[in-house]
Design a protein around this ligand. Structure first.
Ligand code: NDP
Length: 283
């Protein structure tokens, strides 16, 4: 293996330690920091994410309130909860775990969250603010990826960056953050032709697709920084990324593992965003 491993666990611990320091300072000023985590239904993956988020809150001294609603919850019931959390002073951040059951329109729920408490940065106002480069929160996963890239010491400015995937929560904001740092960015998606050729031009390659091991070593430029956002559950129960780690790590300069790469950074950034929310609301 030639690639250096980007240790998301270690870097996320540093981000959480910084968040914990800030929480302590806010507490000393009489300001508490609170996150509401809302989960609807019994999706096992969502349950794991929510538990991890609660654990991270404990580590950082953030008060977490969990609202676990049954699968058959109506849209109106969830909207009512969101409205009450918008008005609850002790709650600085609201996270509604996605996906939601079919009878609930995710867009309506996201639109109902107060932009100042939208620690996922999914609300159209926050998305727009990110677009114009004037924001309070960055979406957790792309922001975590940026920290991982920055940890390598490789400068983004002037580099060719390729993002595979164009979802609203990962691919699109990721591309925008790379652009803000003066990368030359290409976004690929399911209709992209010659994906391998485009990926091979990337000094920085971010894979956010949801297809196990689809980015193979022959698609990677020697020495590239490779960030694997994918979290795919294999039939044997193991987690696996969108990048074929074994072949990619022979070619890349730096690579994130799955698990232990982007996943922990997403949660650490959520902690950071909750602290930012508390500051905006109190100072
Ligand atoms: P989405 O399903 O919303 O988006 C996937 C994107 O990949 C789409 O833009 C799609 O293109 C594109 N795509 C699909 N097939 C191909 C293909 N053959 N070639 C090129 N592009 C393709 O997924 P998310 O963005 O929500 O998540 C992506 C992955 O990241 C998943 O594995 C998810 O579990 C993981 N994830 C991990 C997180 C973490 O904390 N580590 C957080 C969030 C997500 P098109 O738009 O044309 O359909």
């Amino acid at each position: 293996m030639t690639a250096k491993i980007i240790d998301g666990k270690r870097i996320s611990a540093e981000v959480k330690a910084r968040a914990a320091e800030e929480v302590k300072k806010l507490n000393e000023m009489g300001i508490s920091v609170g996150l509401a985590v809302v989960i609807v239904g019994n999706n096992p993956a969502s349950r794991i994410y929510v538990n991890n988020k609660k654990k991270a809150c404990e580590t950082c001294g953030i008060i977490s309130e969990e609202y676990a609603l049954p699968e058959e919850t109506t849209e109106d019931e969830l909207l009512e909860l969101v409205h009450s959390l918008n008005n609850k002073k002790e709650i600085n951040g609201i996270l509604v775990q996605l996906p939601l059951p079919k009878q609930i329109d995710e867009k309506k729920i996201i639109a109902a969250i107060s932009p100042k408490k939208d620690v996922d940065a999914f609300h159209a106002i926050n998305v727009g603010n990110i677009m114009i480069g004037d924001f309070d929160f960055l979406p957790c996963t792309p922001s975590g990826c940026m920290e991982l890239i920055q940890s390598t010491g490789v400068s983004i400015e002037g580099k060719r960056c390729v993002v595979v995937g164009r979802s609203n929560i990962v691919g699109k904001p990721m591309a925008m953050l790379l652009l803000h740092k003066n990368g030359t960015v290409t976004i690929c998606h399911s209709k992209t032709k010659e994906l391998g050729e485009i990926c091979r031009t990337a000094d920085i390659l971010v894979a956010a697709v949801g297809r196990p091991k689809m980015i193979t070593g022959d698609m990677i430029k020697p020495g590239a920084v490779v960030i694997d956002v994918g979290m795919n559950r294999l039939p044997n129960g193991k987690l696996c990324g969108d990048v074929d780690f074994d072949s990619a790590s022979q070619v890349a300069g730096y690579i994130t593992p799955v698990p232990g790469g982007v996943g922990p950074m997403t949660i650490a950034t959520l902690m950071q965003n909750t602290v930012t929310a508390a500051k905006i609301q109190n100072m």
